[in-house]
Design a protein around this ligand. Structure first.
Ligand SMILES: [Fe+2]
Ligand SMILES: [Fe+2]
Length: 171
């Protein structure tokens, strides 16, 4: 009788979503993500081809950065699709992710670790901002661009960690 708890963890009790939403609704969403996954794959392929062909080092380097992000997007979309599929078929596909549960004694340790990481990310952002000031004027703003994109990454990491910490605390 896995049925109800599975949907419950998918949507989260705090959202007040009915425990058993219309299957067709979930299916529709899964198809939408699946289509997006395909799109993402095509775009990544395109970036890769152009990056490989180019002889210009900076063009190559910057496109590679985009390629690795796109590959991550692909993995993320794939995990979403697998998770929805697992919910629909009452199976647990290998790539499926879900709610945090049964942490046991690990919980306190993980909360502490995520809090430390959040602090480190925030310190990293300060450091990057300092470096930006010092790197202006180098290579037509190239370093500023790169530092800026690392700030975005760090902000994203902090956001992910905050989500994790909150989930862990509530688990
Ligand atoms: Fe993308
Ligand atoms: Fe980070």
């Amino acid at each position: 009788m896995e049925r109800i708890p599975e949907f419950y963890t998918m949507y989260g009790p705090e959202l007040g979503v009915p425990e058993s939403p219309e299957i067709s609704e979930v299916e529709r969403l899964m198809n939408e993500f699946e289509a997006h996954e395909g799109q993402e794959g095509k775009i990544t392929q395109r970036y890769k081809e152009i990056a490989e062909k180019s002889k210009n080092p900076i063009f190559k380097f910057l496109l590679q950065l985009i390629v690795s992000d796109e590959e991550k997007h692909h993995a993320v979309t794939h995990a979403i699709v697998s998770t929805l599929k697992g919910g629909l078929t009452w199976t647990k596909p290998e790539d499926a992710i879900g709610g945090i549960s049964s942490l046991g004694e690990e919980k306190a340790e993980l909360v502490k670790l995520t809090e430390e990481f959040i602090e480190l990310e925030k310190e990293g952002i300060k450091e990057y901002k300092k470096l930006i000031k010092e790197s202006k004027g180098y290579y037509q703003g190239l370093f500023v661009l790169l530092l800026q994109s690392m700030i975005h990454d760090s902000e994203k990491h902090a956001e992910i960690l905050e989500f994790l910490r909150n989930r862990l605390k509530a688990a």
